[in-house]
Design a protein around this ligand. Structure first.
Ligand code: SF4
Length: 369
């Protein structure tokens, strides 16, 4: 298939693997295995799906990063959504993965099974359409995701205001990519030698949000796409920088990512959102200015304000290793719940819910089942 096969070409993969092995020879052996974080869950999935970690030479270990929005969704936020969904006259909608994540009150799918009107949508525009089709209901879109999905929410809210759709609101849990990376880099228990940065987010934000990593932490960052050639090219860039003693932001996904990002999307986000003082992250705790809330100009569409919702905070279930996996301190299979109490059909933690979650990817491609 055009635009796919060329990025999965076995010969090109072999060549890149050889080049990575050669570059590794230039890295001080005492630093090996290098700890390389693939920030994005899409990359985690690609590593396991294509068996890239098995092909690579010894000397590289992957740390699965926080770039899967479902995986970092805190349990308390799920409870907030379930609380709203249970209110009579409410129709709550969100993306497919988000409705499966369990909180203390169960998941949104559990709420649906108990009678709440919960719908899966593919975009916030679908949610807006539901609001227009159901004028007798309060339609709440549970908006999750990094800067990848935030522009679509912003453009939908613009439309809702232009069209005067008064029964539509957003429970906003959009988050930003820089602050969690800083939190992980500041953790003395975490060692990272370099990062492969997410292609999707970078299409919107460009290269600048990673600049602090090279300037303040002296770690190389290379932006990657999601096919094997994309990922291995970025990994080669990271290893070569480490071997050369460089720390720069490089873009190995130039066919999709502009260095300044997407100006239209960034403008829409700046108009509709503002940085929240603090946001909760599963496994990382509360991080200052890491999430987005609706700006005062769009406050009328804020579900929290409309329904007087007070954000809930909930501890992780006993034995859950999500926090350590998200910090690269535990391999998925070493969580005591992995494959026993926690499976894709009955997930305890969010890392088992999304196909981009490290535990789900590990379970699907690695465990004997
Ligand atoms: Fe979390 Fe389940 Fe993975 Fe354990 S196995 S880290 S509980 S998702």
């Amino acid at each position: 298939m055009k635009f796919i096969d060329e990025f999965r070409d076995p010969q090109a993969v072999k060549t890149l693997i050889t080049q990575i092995g050669t570059a590794l020879k230039g890295v001080d052996p005492s630093r090996q295995p290098l700890q390389i974080m693939e920030v994005c869950g899409g990359h985690t999935h690609a590593i396991f799906r294509f068996g890239l970690d098995k092909l690579l030479p010894e000397g590289i270990e992957f740390v699965h990063g926080p770039g899967c929005p479902v995986c970092v969704l805190p349990r308390g936020r799920i409870d907030d959504a379930v609380t709203l969904a249970r209110q009579p006259g409410t129709l709550l909608c969100s993306y497919g993965d988000a409705v499966r994540v369990p909180g203390d009150l169960g998941s949104l799918l559990d709420a649906k099974a108990a009678g709440a009107d919960v719908r899966i949508v593919y975009s916030p525009l679908d949610a807006l359409a539901l609001a227009k089709q159901n004028p007798d209901k309060q339609v709440v879109f549970f908006a999750i995701g990094f800067e990848t999905t935030a522009p679509a929410t912003a453009l939908t809210l613009r439309q809702a205001r232009q069209q005067g759709v008064e029964n539509f609101s957003v429970l906003c849990h959009h988050i930003t990519i820089g602050p969690p990376l800083r939190a992980i880099l500041d953790d003395p228990g975490v060692r990272l030698d370099g990062l492969v940065a997410p292609g999707h987010v970078s299409m919107v934000v460009g290269q600048s949000p990673y600049q602090f990593i090279v300037e303040e932490y002296r770690k190389p960052v290379v932006i990657a796409g999601f096919e094997p050639i994309d990922f291995l090219t970025a990994l080669l860039g990271v290893v070569r920088q480490i071997a050369d003693g460089r720390a720069e932001v490089e873009n190995a996904y130039k066919r999709a990512v502009q260095s300044a990002g997407n100006a239209v999307a960034l403008r829409a986000m700046a108009e509709v959102f503002t940085l929240a003082p603090k946001s909760d992250w599963r496994g990382l705790g509360a991080i200052d200015q890491s999430g987005l809330m609706l700006s005062d100009a769009f406050a009328e569409f804020d579900a929290e304000r409309r329904f007087g919702l007070k954000p809930t905070q909930v501890a992780e279930p006993e034995g859950c290793g999500c926090a350590q996996v998200l910090r690269g301190q535990l391999r998925p299979a070493d969580c005591p719940l992995f494959g026993k109490a926690c499976t894709p059909s009955a997930p305890v933690g969010a890392l088992m819910v999304s196909s981009e979650g490290a535990c789900a990817a590990y379970y699907q491609y690695r465990s004997p089942q």
